[in-house]
Design a protein around this ligand. Structure first.
Ligand code: TYD
Length: 139
């Protein structure tokens, strides 16, 4: 599954969701960023990462994701702050339909590294379809 249900802790004062390394988040967090103020007619992302793992949570508003592993494309609506979307290495992602109030929180397993990006869809498809090692070809 690409999604994880986040359990809110609530009491009479309101709600809280905690995200911890290797618990709700399936990796050690090395970076946090958030995307906001995105115009509704723009698509963001349009890249894959060679090694990076990420967990995305729409903490306010909503947006849609397409995740594409080179074989299959899946669409997700992130419209509640209890839904985490796990994005592994070599997954092409596009985000769109941002509401004006959308705040998309992203937790990442590595610091920002431009050399980890694959920004061409053609290159991504070639890498995703390439056999992992010569041994796999003979299986
Ligand atoms: P970009 O990767 O284009 O965003 P998106 O994937 O949402 O389309 O990043 C936008 C800018 O922010 C770009 O100049 C790179 C910079 N950036 C950082 O400096 N650190 C980061 O952790 C990220 C994700 C982006």
């Amino acid at each position: 599954m690409d999604t994880v249900e986040l359990i809110p802790k609530g009491d009479e004062r309101g709600m809280l969701i905690a995200l911890e390394n290797l618990k709700e988040v399936p990796f050690e967090i090395r970076r946090v960023y958030y995307i906001y103020g995105t115009k509704s007619d723009f698509r963001r992302g349009k890249h894959a990462h060679r090694n990076l793992q990420q967990l995305a949570v729409c903490v306010a508003g909503s947006c849609r994701f397409v995740l594409d592993d080179g074989r299959e494309r899946k669409e997700y609506l992130l419209n509640r702050n209890t839904l985490g979307l796990k994005i592994g290495p070599m997954v092409w992602r596009e985000m769109y339909d941002f509401t004006p109030d959308c705040v998309l929180l992203v937790l990442a397993s590595q610091p920002y590294d431009e050399s980890d990006y694959v920004r061409s869809y053609g290159e991504f498809l070639a890498l995703a379809k390439a056999p992992k090692s010569p041994i796999n070809e003979s299986l």
